[in-house]
Design a binder for this molecule. Structure first.
Ligand code: ADP
Ligand code: MG
Length: 247
């Protein structure tokens, strides 16, 4: 058994009487894409927030790179090497592509920074941002306004923003959402390469992408992991078919 880079242990989160995650044990090992699927309201986004530190668990713990990070705050977890992309965009549409990437390298969201010239004159930050744009294929768009990008390009920019911090592991909440066939194909190809560098916990509704990419799939229903396995195992799992695939 390969040592997991990321692991949750009996992670629980209650919102009042609602148990959004219920004793979730999930792991991410080097080199893998581990997809997390489940119906709306299953607790997928909550789990990502608990791992990233934007929500605190009711009980249980999160372990990353050999350390218990449950009590670390969000920026500390990002600095430790946890990268994420969001279900809802965190990009500042009125800033350029490069400006958003530079803000990412700084660990800030464009939404909270109004004056950019001090950071844009930091050569090291700009170089880091340009390299990330290069990797996702957006270098030629560095001067464009983010609001003018296509939806697919914005999704790639979000990945570039996360890449600027050189994460050891990625959490991605629906990176294919709203992408057409071509955009999904480009994102799929990119994630396929990215896993070698940093394993990915992938939340995704696009089942074609999930079955194509995932080394392992976990199925979350009402806050509980009801199955974990390979694509073939998950497809053949009777409980999963009943609870989720609607068969
Ligand atoms: P998913 O991402 O799988 O669709 P979520 O994690 O967003 O599910 O939500 C899981 C459950 O927790 C849902 O019933 C949702 O309404 C509830 N929930 C999520 N965040 C909050 C919150 N901040 N306060 C109260 N309930 C919440
Ligand atoms: Mg969600």
């Amino acid at each position: 058994m390969i040592e997991p880079l990321l692991e949750t242990r009996d992670l629980c989160k209650n919102f009042g009487a609602l148990q959004a995650t219920d004793h979730v044990n999930i792991s991410l090992v080097p080199g893998e894409i581990h997809a997390l699927i489940g119906p709306n309201g299953a607790g997928k986004s909550t789990l990502v927030k608990l791992i990233m530190g934007s929500e605190q668990p009711s009980s249980g713990s999160v372990h990353f790179a050999g350390a218990d990070i449950t009590d670390l705050r969000r920026p500390e977890r990002a600095r430790a090497g946890l990268g994420r992309t969001f279900q809802i965009s965190s990009l500042a549409m009125e800033h350029t592509v490069l400006q958003n990437a530079v803000l990412g390298a700084l660990g800030r969201s464009g939404r909270v920074m109004r004056f950019l010239w001090p950071v844009m004159s930091d050569k090291a930050l700009v170089a880091q941002a340009e390299q990330a744009l290069e990797r996702v294929g957006l270098a030629d768009h560095r001067g464009a306004l983010t609001g003018e990008l296509s939806h697919g390009q914005r999704r790639l920019l979000e990945v570039a923003v996360a890449l600027t911090l050189e994460p050891k592991a990625f959490l991605m909440d629906e990176p294919m959402a709203g992408l057409g066939a071509e955009g999904s194909a480009r994102m799929t190809e990119f994630l396929d390469r990215l896993r070698q560098e940093a394993p990915i916990l992938l939340i995704e509704h696009d089942m074609d992408a999930v079955f194509q990419l995932a080394d392992r799939i976990s199925v979350l229903v009402y806050g509980r992991v009801i199955a974990t396995g390979t694509a073939a195992e998950i497809r053949a799992n009777a409980a999963v078919r009943e609870a989720y695939l609607g068969e």
